[in-house]
Design a protein around this ligand. Structure first.
Ligand SMILES: Cc1cc2nc3c(=O)[nH]c(=O)nc-3n(C[C@H](O)[C@H](O)[C@H](O)COP(=O)(O)OP(=O)(O)OC[C@H]3O[C@@H](n4cnc5c(N)ncnc54)[C@H](O)[C@@H]3O)c2cc1C
Length: 315
């Protein structure tokens, strides 16, 4: 095999990409993972993980570092801090060109570039991420047992998660900018009828306050422009999600209306030999376990694709 040719190039070294790397390199497939940041993906941002089966509590850094070491130990190569200049997905021999001039070819590609929750972009948000501000109720709801929290947003996710967070929190203030929710009627009814939920319509958070952790937020009433301070322990922001697919937009890979990658049930995209895994996929639930599962399925199908392609070549 040419030195710069790989059986599989994986784009993205989050849990989905690292899992695919572990499976492929353990099966002796020559595998390269390319990441624009550092290996670990969103796990690096996660202070504590308590819902990864088999491990009671672990920091995101430790879990991702173990995954990275596992992949490297099986012979997987990882290049971090790269920037992709161009990709040719459609040819039988796929190619990836980096901005630093390096070029690689591969039989298969796995897209595992994850995504990010939309943020409010207001004062104090960066400081209190993971110290009171969260974008994932399944991940962090349990840390707010008997605490007062707020949920920001007015879509189905915000309303459903506000209701689910009442299992933990003593009070949930639902803050929404508009005078109406953009959600299903049943989700609105459920939120409105929950005694633990107080709704503030036509309102927005203007600042997050605290010392080491979040202690309060400033809320503006958008009708009267009156400002008030709301003391609380946590804020969950559900104002949308963006897949990291900018680099494939306008190319041959099919995306849905939210720019998430569309695949079949074997996680193959519309282009033969190009698979996708993890949070960048068009799907509902985005967790470490689902990313790891996708990474496994994409890797096993990439292997099968390579096996079938080489069987055809031999015949
Ligand atoms: C604060 C926080 C807490 C969370 N807590 C939990 C939890 O407790 N339990 C749980 O199950 N889930 C949790 N999650 C969700 C979980 O982290 C994600 O579902 C999971 O990381 C998704 O894995 P992924 O590999 O698909 O993508 P990501 O983790 O997003 O990794 C994608 C990788 O791709 C790279 N990348 C992106 N674009 C490019 C590009 N153009 N070129 C090259 N590389 C690129 C990124 O640098 C990144 O390393 C949390 C998320 C956050 C943000």
């Amino acid at each position: 095999m040419k030195p710069n040719h790989y059986n599989t190039i994986i784009i993205g070294a989050g849990p989905a990409g690292l899992t695919a790397g572990i499976y492929l390199s353990r099966a002796k497939m020559k595998t390269l993972i390319l990441d624009s940041g550092i290996a670990g993906g969103q796990l690096i941002l996660t202070h504590e993980i308590a819902n990864y089966p088999g491990i009671e509590k672990i920091s995101g850094y430790e879990l991702s570092n173990t995954m990275r070491k596992q992949a490297l130990a099986f012979g997987c190569e990882i290049q971090s801090g790269i920037s992709i200049k161009d990709i040719n997905f459609e040819a039988v021999e796929k190619s990836v060109q980096l901005s630093n001039g390096k070029q690689f070819t591969a039989d298969t590609i796995i897209l595992a570039t994850g995504g990010r929750s939309r943020t409010l972009g207001i004062s104090g948000e960066d400081k209190f991420k993971g110290r009171g501000i969260s974008y994932c109720a399944t991940c962090d709801g349990d840390f707010f047992q008997d605490k007062e929290i707020a949920v920001v947003g007015g879509g189905n996710t915000a309303l459903e998660e506000a209701v689910s967070l009442t299992k933990y929190a003593s009070k949930v203030t639902l803050i929404h900018m508009l005078d109406h929710f953009q959600a299903f009627a049943h989700a609105i009814d459920e939120a409105k009828s929950n005694p633990k939920i107080e709704i503030k319509m036509q309102s927005r958070i203007t600042a997050f306050n605290g010392e080491q952790k979040l202690e309060s937020v400033n809320v503006e009433n958008l009708l009267t422009h009156e400002l008030s301070e709301l003391k609380l322990d946590g804020v969950f922001v559900f104002i949308g999600y963006e897949a990291n697919t900018d680099f494939v937009q306008g190319r041959c890979i099919e995306l849905n209306e939210r720019n998430e990658i569309v695949t079949d049930d074997q996680l193959q995209t519309n282009v033969p030999g190009v698979f996708a895994a993890g949070d960048a996929l068009a799907k509902r639930f985005r967790q470490i376990t689902t990313a790891v599962s996708d990474g496994t399925i994409a890797a096993l199908n990439a292997m099968e694709f390579i096996r079938q392609a080489s069987a055809i070549k031999v015949a």
